[in-house]
Design a protein. Structure first.
Length: 419
């Protein structure tokens, strides 16, 4: 057994479709780091043409140095996902990383694709990714290092990637749109990324898919990489894959190799949805309606995360959160703000190292505070005393008053941080 000295040691990964292929390769890399791996896949009994089950994959994970939890999961079934998520939490104490890897593929045109196949791809790729994320996110919000990794491509709007397999492209791009939307929704709380291979990966499922198109061809025999190629979610780069991200702190386009890789003199088969270079990709995306935001800005000119006074306030709040603050407070706060910057925000000082952001809190709030957004900014910057705000009617408090008073300590730390 390998020593558990890797960066993922002790982390719990929930990986869909991890019984074979790329999903299993990621599971084994995490296992070598000493991680806990939840193998969420459908195959409990051996498939006549596809090798591997959740149980054989679990054996390999254990042999590689990790801990495994095999779960029979069809990600189209909300009950099965929910049951597996609960088992993961009960077994390992939580979930740190979600890998949305499960996917269905049919590279056929509109008239040749039965609706059963269309429903399958949309159900697994799009709905399954969205549903699994929805059920896992509440647990990720409690993690000290939460991540979601979707195995999905950059949103290349070049029509060439639609015309031959519209249904597959729509379904796969649905996974990518989950990255864009959820990364912005949970900005500052969960790192949400996408990983997509630069060249085709040889898996048993892909072997079956291309058998009719390239029987016994050089393409099938020598131009594919094997599944161990992709990196794990906490890695920043990888030698042989391209990837794009939309996280709380960065936007990046697909990275490409400086030269075309090959095996035994044959160039590797490029993967779908990737054009000649990142610059060409960005240009074509913009020509077909994408916004310039897809083009990565220079590091020196990267826009700030905050876009308003409330966002700025919460940026500072997040900067002073710590386990000590959480330990001394033990409260969850909700802020219902009105006025110019109206909205709902939360501050969790009960779980982990704390978290804060826009929207409802991950748990029921112990204290609900209602006030004008302008007064909120003044209160957290030290220009308006909470007691005075409460006595004058500018601040309404519902819930545990003791916890409301404790919040003043955090405001003091913020003032020292020079809001």
């Amino acid at each position: 057994m390998l020593q558990n000295t890797g960066k993922l040691a002790g982390c719990t990964l929930f990986i869909t479709g991890a019984s074979r292929g790329i999903g299993k390769a990621i599971a084994l890399k995490a296992a070598r780091d000493g991680a806990n791996v939840v193998i969420a896949a459908k195959t409990a009994e051996p498939h006549p043409k596809l090798p591997g089950t959740i149980y054989t994959a679990a054996e390999e994970v254990e042999a590689a140095g990790g801990k495994a939890l095999p779960c029979v999961v069809d990600i189209r079934d909300e009950q099965q996902i929910g049951s597996a998520v609960q088992k993961a939490v009960d077994t390992f104490g939580g979930i740190d990383i979600l890998v949305n890897n499960a996917s269905a593929i049919s590279l056929t045109g509109t008239l040749e694709t039965p609706m059963k196949k269309v429903d399958l791809m949309l159900g697994i790729n799009l709905r399954g990714t969205y549903l699994t994320s929805k059920l896992v996110i509440p647990h990720l919000l409690k993690s000290r290092s939460p991540h979601i990794l979707n195995l999905s491509p950059p949103l290349n709007l070049n029509p060439v990637w639609f015309k031959n397999h519209t249904a597959y492209t729509m379904a796969k791009y649905g996974m990518s749109m989950c990255v864009l939307g959820m990364a912005e929704e949970f900005r500052g709380q969960i790192a949400i990324n996408a990983l997509w291979p630069k060249t085709a990966i040889q898996t048993a499922a892909m072997d079956m898919l291309v058998e009719r198109a390239w029987p016994n061809s050089v393409v099938r025999q020598t131009s594919w990489r094997t599944p161990p190629t992709p990196s794990c979610p906490n890695r920043r780069t990888t030698r042989v894959t391209s990837w794009w991200t939309r996280t709380s702190s960065e936007r990046r386009a697909s990275r490409t190799l400086s030269r075309t890789p090959s095996i035994q003199g044959h160039p590797l088969l490029p993967d779908f949805f990737l054009d000649e270079s990142p610059d060409v990709l960005v240009q074509q995306m913009e020509q077909h309606g994408a916004t310039p935001a897809f083009k990565p800005p220079p590091v020196s000119s990267a826009p700030p995360l905050s876009s308003g006074p409330i966002e700025s306030t919460f940026d500072v709040i997040r900067g002073v959160l710590s386990e000590d603050v959480v330990k001394s407070t033990q409260g969850v706060y909700r802020f219902d703000l009105s006025g110019e910057n109206a909205g709902v925000w939360f501050l969790d000082l009960k779980n982990g190292a704390g978290s804060a952001g826009k929207g409802d809190p991950p748990l029921k709030a112990d204290v609900v505070m209602k006030m004008d957004s302008g007064d909120f900014s003044k209160m957290f910057s030290g220009k308006l005393k909470p007691t005075l705000a409460f006595m004058s009617g500018k601040l309404q408090i519902k819930g545990d008053m003791t916890l409301a008073i404790k919040l003043e300590k955090l405001m003091g730390r913020m003032n020292k941080a020079k809001l």
